[in-house]
Design a protein around this ligand. Structure first.
Ligand code: ATP
Ligand code: MG
Length: 291
């Protein structure tokens, strides 16, 4: 089992590390062009226990402005748990989570709500309110903002529905929408307050391959168009590697690797190799018919 204490950097130290270590430990890649830059989000040695279960241990990584940062891992590896910690829905057992240099693990609910105005969240199952129209769902996070005129809210809703290619659907109810359409509305809602950082939990799960591809392309385009930063949690490796600048893999409570898609494809850590290349052999694949 490898942990963060075993971490090595991909890049100039990788050749030396590879030569001295036949079995690669966790690899952590930091973008070379970001040296000295303050990360937007910084996770420092975070561990989290739920009941008797140690879900996460010693998790550390940085997300920089404008990055699309992916988090992948097998079912039950702690992706959603980590996401909940990052938006302050839960507090980690230990460690620090800095958003723009502010440790959100130390904030009270009022301060957290203030910070969350700079964050957007797109939930795993869209989580639209069935009793509200599409437009009301998209405007939901602005419902208590008396400082923003109604006309401005409506204009923003229309602009976002246009952006996610759902123009003219504001009057419709969620029950009348397909899964892919609901995902689009969920994305529009996450972007309503012009967040600096948008979190997506399994944006392509439950969709047919074509729609999954479209949603992936949409997130990429929207992030680039708006210049926002995205953290995307997914076990859809193919789409994650297609859209992310860097990807982290969680396994066995630890970060196994952080790297660019190219670095992950070339990574020799067995569990990473198996996960990235979709192999039906190796740990955890005992029931796979392809064995
Ligand atoms: N509220 C909770 N109570 C007890 N255990 C929990 C709770 N939340 C998460 N866990 C445990 O934490 C582990 C990680 O769960 P989590 O939902 O974060 O995984 P995941 O990687 O998001 O999985 P999936 O890909 O299936 O969505 C699991 O073992 C789960 O049983
Ligand atoms: Mg999950």
């Amino acid at each position: 089992m490898s942990g963060p204490q075993d971490s090595i950097a991909i890049g100039e130290r990788s050749a030396r590390a590879a030569a001295s270590q036949p079995q690669p430990a966790a690899c952590v890649s930091v973008p070379h062009d970001r040296e000295g830059e303050q990360p937007l989000l910084s996770v420092r040695d975070v561990s989290h226990t739920v009941g008797d279960t140690h879900v996460l241990e010693g998790i550390s990584f940085d997300v920089f402005r404008g990055e699309i940062f992916g988090i992948m891992g097998m079912s039950g590896s702690g992706k959603t748990t980590l996401l909940r910690l990052l938006i302050g829905l839960d507090r980690p057992t230990s460690g620090r989570i800095l958003f723009k240099d502010r440790d959100i693990t130390q904030l009270d609910e009022f301060e957290l709500n203030e910070v969350r105005r700079s964050m957007g969240m797109c939930f795993q199952y869209s989580a639209l309110f069935d009793s509200m129209t599409v437009a009301e769902n998209v405007a939901f996070t602005m419902r208590n903002r008396r400082d923003v005129p109604r006309a401005q809210v409506n204009a923003r809703v229309n602009e976002l529905l246009d952006l996610v290619e759902m123009a003219g659907t504001g009057h419709r109810m969620p029950a009348d929408l397909s899964g892919g359409m609901k995902k689009r509305v969920g994305i529009a809602r996450a972007l309503m307050q012009q967040p600096e950082l948008v979190f997506y939990d399994e944006p392509s799960s439950g969709l047919d391959p074509v729609m999954a591809c479209n949603i992936t392309g949409l997130i990429k385009r929207v992030s680039e168009d708006l210049g926002s930063t995205a953290v995307i949690v997914s076990h859809d490796v193919e789409h994650l590697l297609a859209m992310a600048h860097r990807v982290l893999m969680l396994h066995d409570r630890h970060v196994q690797v952080i790297g660019t898609p190219e670095e992950l494809r070339a990574c020799e850590i067995p569990i990473v190799h198996q996960f990235v290349h979709g192999l039906g052999t190796g740990p955890g694949a005992e029931l796979c018919p392809a064995r």
